[in-house]
Design a protein around this ligand. Structure first.
Ligand code: NDP
Length: 336
């Protein structure tokens, strides 16, 4: 069993001094348990937070512990009546090639219904995040303008497509021209602006002639600063992520902007709402029903970025924090 252990807490970008690859014997399943082989490891931005020792909504990974993560796994030995060898499941095995699991912790995946990789993507946690954030907190109405950042990523691509299905004008923000082209051509966004371009703010204003009614916040930083200037009265801002700050080691230079921001929140009657998808699992069945239907009907499309080889996990994760991924990032650990 190969696995990545959190050896040291990173300050800034994590690398192989923080995440150590080691090899240990493959575990044996106990009574009622199954032995799983990892097919895909999902790489997600929240993992950066779990490497820190700060209090958060979820427990940090301890030093010496296997790095946490969702996996698409295959049963290779079973002491359970529920699962047989060859079955595919969604599991929480972390960054390792094998693990033992209790059947109750697994969700069965049917490869005839959808590619199994989608279980950690459009039909999994990121897709669910998009669904929850819009339905519960963004509440877009037809004709409104919805802006989403990290627009080409796992969550953002789904946010934009659901908002389009609801009759909104959808504007993406992403960090590369090819990502912007893709969200417009493949997902039907009305426009997409590259936040790395010199005239980003002017481009965003031009793309939102009626202002912004919903901003699905994934990044923070300069994108938030540009968006907040354009929000309409009663705009809703589901705060989903702040990836621009995950590797930050100190506060940015410049004046404290909290007071003008609070003023804006009051005068514009804004609703900013942080949310964590796992607080809303009562919507999971609705999500799976709606999203499967949308995919079958060709109303929602998706892109996955599959990196081959477990030994490339750290590099792939660094790429996620720098915008190198094109769509939902996964590591292919074994053939499916
Ligand atoms: P993505 O697939 O969108 O990948 C991350 C993307 O973030 C990168 O491709 C990059 O795109 C962008 N990014 C990286 N660094 C920066 C930066 N400094 N400034 C601006 N953008 C940056 O990841 P996910 O879709 O999985 O996650 C998107 C967001 O949603 C994250 O903030 C994540 O933490 C959050 N999230 C929150 C959940 C919740 O329950 N609240 C659940 C799941 C995700 P680009 O080229 O556009 O810069």
């Amino acid at each position: 069993n190969k696995r990545y252990i959190l050896a040291q807490r990173p300050v800034g970008m994590p690398d192989d001094t923080h995440l150590r690859l080691e090899e240990v014997p493959v575990p044996r399943p106990g009574a009622g348990e199954v032995l799983l082989k990892t097919i895909y490891l999902s790489l997600d931005p929240y993992m950066r937070g779990r490497m820190n020792d700060a209090a958060s909504y979820a427990r940090s990974v301890a030093i010496g512990e296997v790095m946490t993560g969702q996996t698409i796994s295959q049963v290779i030995a079973s002491n359970s009546a529920e699962f047989s060898e060859g079955d595919f499941v969604l599991s929480n095995n972390g960054w390792q090639t094998h693990a033992v699991a209790e059947p109750a912790s697994l969700y069965r995946l049917d490869p005839r219904q959808a590619p199994i990789s989608t279980g950690v993507g459009v039909l999994g946690m990121p897709g669910f995040t998009a669904y929850v954030g819009l339905r519960e907190f963004g509440k877009p109405k037809a004709g409104e303008t919805v802006v989403v950042s990290a627009a080409a990523g796992a969550v953002g691509q789904v946010v934009g497509q659901i908002a389009r299905l609801q009759g909104c004008r959808v504007v993406g923000v992403a960090g590369a021209d090819d990502k912007c082209d893709h969200v417009v051509k493949a997902y039907g966004f009305d426009a997409c602006v590259n936040y790395r371009s010199d005239d980003f703010e002017a481009q965003l204003r031009a793309a939102c002639p009626q202002g912004i009614d919903v901003y699905f916040e994934n990044v923070g930083g300069k994108v938030f600063d540009a968006v907040i200037k354009l929000v309409n009265d009663f705009a809703r801002i589901p705060v989903c992520g702040r990836i621009a700050h995950y590797n930050q080691t100190s506060l940015p230079e410049g004046p404290d902007r909290l007071i003008p921001l609070m003023g804006k929140i009051l005068v514009k009657r804004l609703m900013l709402r942080g949310f964590i998808q796992s607080d809303h699992l009562e919507l999971l069945a609705d999500f799976r029903r709606d999203m499967s239907q949308w995919i079958r009907d060709g109303k929602v499309h998706y892109q996955e970025d599959i990196v081959e080889g477990f030994e490339n996990t750290i590099g792939a994760f660094q790429g996620l924090l720098q915008g190198r991924n094109r769509g939902k990032l996964l590591v292919q650990v074994a053939a499916d």
